[in-house]
Design a protein around this ligand. Structure first.
Ligand code: NAD
Length: 390
């Protein structure tokens, strides 16, 4: 159980780029990072609108002189300070992740970056090399994978409780883009423009969450080939997609089916994960993150609740609230940020043994998301044909 006790020593000196007043994801970062006092927010270039960013930073309690107009100013100034930030989170639109991450690493600052990490695998490989040369961590905020029951599923798979894995069924759908974009917000505008979003819209925006979570539950499973069919129901979003289905063949013969869309009008189901083995299945949704459906063939369905002693140790170790009390997205993000802080502290003391055994969504997790997107686009562009996974 996690109870706020410090496991990482002094709070990490922390800054943010993006995640300003109107940013959708900024508060999730602050909720996660500040939960255990593991990070202290000391600096930021929070907003493209410098004045609004400064005002927002002041209201967050950041000193006036450490609310910067641009990330370049932040890096230049913080690098000169003895008490400059050690780690900065990047919560900006996709196109700027690469340049901001690279600049931070070059300045010797650890990075926590949003997904989809970058536009290409080549960029990921380059950044991994840079981070290794500098001895720095790049964490990636796949914010849903800190839920204790996600790790319950992973432990059940690892212990053979499902038998041989046969089917992987993944769905992340909503209807928020069912209408046209005539009065679209800035967040929708950049998501539907390839220059700012990258080669995908919903595949990168929400599909990468599905893919990474399936990797956490099934770390051994490798895709051999896939077929991606994507479409935009709103013409102005082309060539990007607001809907996609992906079929996947895995090396062990398992089959996968993934559906992402932002035009599922009226739907509030969000994410659903079903992993089917030869003996039993598990199903989990972020709409009810406290509950996991465990279905053994021929027996009544069991609903497992977070925090209960019958769960696997791997799940109980991540629980914060205890059974009966709601464990939610903020708790999941707190776990992600804690893992990243533990990785940074281990890196600072050159503890390679700890790092080798430590679970944390890092540069490799970000890279695999981008690799999956590249394969999806290659298939979709070949008229939705099967492609070997590369
Ligand atoms: P948004 O458009 O709502 O907010 C972006 C924020 O970044 C704004 O405050 C904007 O002013 C600021 N900004 C943009 N460029 C900047 C720059 N160069 N310097 C400083 N500030 C800058 O976007 P969003 O929905 O918050 O998404 C941001 C990123 O987070 C995207 O990569 C998105 O994919 C990701 N995201 C992740 C999750 C998750 O669950 N992990 C959820 C939502 C969004």
């Amino acid at each position: 159980m996690i109870n706020g006790e410090k496991t990482t020593g002094q709070a990490l000196r922390w800054g943010m780029v993006g995640g300003g007043r109107t940013g959708q994801v900024g508060y999730k970062h602050r909720t996660g990072a500040q939960r255990d006092g593991t990070y202290q927010l000391l600096a930021g270039a929070f907003d493209l609108d410098a004045e609004q960013g400064r005002d927002f930073g002041r209201n967050l309690g950041v000193a006036e002189e450490r609310c910067y107009a641009t990330y370049q100013e932040l890096i230049a100034s913080e690098s000169q300070r003895a008490d400059g930030v050690e780690v900065v989170s990047v919560a900006t639109p996709n196109f700027s992740h690469y340049e901001i991450t690279r600049a931070l690493l070059q300045a010797g600052i650890h990075v926590v970056c949003e997904k989809p990490l970058f536009f290409t695998v080549a960029e990921c490989v380059e950044i991994k090399k840079l981070a290794e040369e500098k001895g720095l961590i790049v964490g990636v905020t796949y914010g849903f994978t800190g839920h204790p029951l996600v790790h319950q599923m992973a432990a059940m798979v690892a212990k053979g409780m499902l038998g041989d894995i046969r089917l992987i069924d993944l769905q992340y759908t909503h209807g928020f883009n069912a209408g046209d974009d005539s009065d679209a917000s800035e967040a929708v505008k950049w998501r539907t423009n390839p220059k700012t979003s990258g080669p995908t819209f919903v595949l990168g925006d929400i599909g990468t969450h599905l893919y990474y979570l399936s990797e956490v539950v099934l770390p051994e499973l490798k895709i051999e080939k896939l077929l991606c069919d994507r479409k935009s129901f709103i013409a102005s979003r082309e060539p990007l997609e607001d809907h996609a289905t992906v079929l996947m063949h895995y090396h062990n013969g398992a089959r996968g089916r993934l559906w992402v869309t932002s035009v599922n009008a009226g739907n509030m189901g969000s994410q659903r994960y079903r992993f089917v083995g030869s003996k039993a299945s598990v199903e989990w949704s972020d709409a009810h993150p406290d509950q996991l459906s465990y279905e053994i063939q021929g027996e009544p369905i069991r609903i497992l609740h977070h925090g209960m002693p019958y769960l696997e140790a791997e799940s109980l170790a991540l629980d914060r609230m205890g059974a009966l009390h709601t464990e939610g997205l903020g708790d999941s993000w707190a776990n992600i940020y804690l893992w990243i802080a533990q990785a940074i502290r281990a890196q600072q003391r050159a503890d390679q043994v700890f790092l080798a055994g430590h679970h944390c969504p890092g540069i490799d997790a970000g890279t695999e998301g981008v690799r999956w997107l590249e394969n999806c686009v290659r298939s979709a562009d070949a008229d939705a044909s099967w492609v070997e996974y590369t």
